[in-house]
Ligand binder design. Sequence first.
Ligand code: AHR
Length: 321
Amino acid sequence: MKLNRRTLNIALASATLSSLLPATAFAQKKPVLGFAQVGAESEWRTANTESIKSAAKEAGIELKFSDAQQKQENQIKAIRSYIAQKVDVIAFSPVVESGWDTVLLEAKAAKIPVVLTDRSVNTKDDSLYVTFMGSDFVEEGRKAGRWLVEKEKGNAGPINIVELQGTVGSAPAIDRKKGFEEIIKADPKFKIIRSQTGDFTRAKGKEVMEAFLKAEGKKINVLYAHNDDMAIGAIQAIEEAGMKPAQDIIIISIDAVKGAFEAMMAGKLNVSVECSPLLGPQLMAAVADIKAGKPLPKRILTKEGIFPMEVAKAEFPNRKY
Ligand code: AHR
């Protein structure tokens, strides 16, 4: 082959460059995922974060992670910084349902695909995200309601319920309330006598339950908590008030984290509806599919069960979070 002076110079320049750079610089670039997490408000959330971090490592995906401390403005800031950094994919679990259109339009304009994990957004434009993966929160509320209806069969009532709601405006708080009410409203003996947010945390769950007990005392028959952490906080309040949790007051909660299993095995919690936080592997598979240009279903649903206290001991060794 005949080389002229110009091609020879180019060949020499690139040979010098390749001998200076490490071999990995020429390997395929790792996909970069920017993930804006809600916070660290519950045992569930800690397991979710761990699942995302370990799955990213395993899949060889570079993860940029931020914790919004349960504040929407912090999540929006994080998403904007991922846009500025030109990551390949943005994923987030929206702390509340509404108020996302502007920042999602910015991501769309920058041609960065967005994946919603765990919680969805309230938008008319579903082209603003590629897919939403996570639980059916309305169904979780229904499962909790059905369990109670079955348990109280034959009891003429009235059955007074207090409800600890999740974060105000969040998808799980809205949907779990809706699903539960949809089931219990079929029988007027069930009455929600108090309902207030405990923000998905143990401390708030305890504080609000103390207030419920002060106001309603022995009238309370059932506690429905939108997550296990709030139920565990409330159990403490019930014990401090000299009552027996799961006996004097029936306790129903959602998540099925290890802490709930421990409470069930100790006879202090009646039932927990499963909500799986182990979304990491699914999310990394979605990132790989997006990078490969493969289409994804708009909704990826998590399969879940329900665990009454009677099965807690046998199930506990199988629990992963
Ligand atoms: O969005 C999932 C909910 O958020 C979990 O049920 C709760 O524990 C968490 O904080």
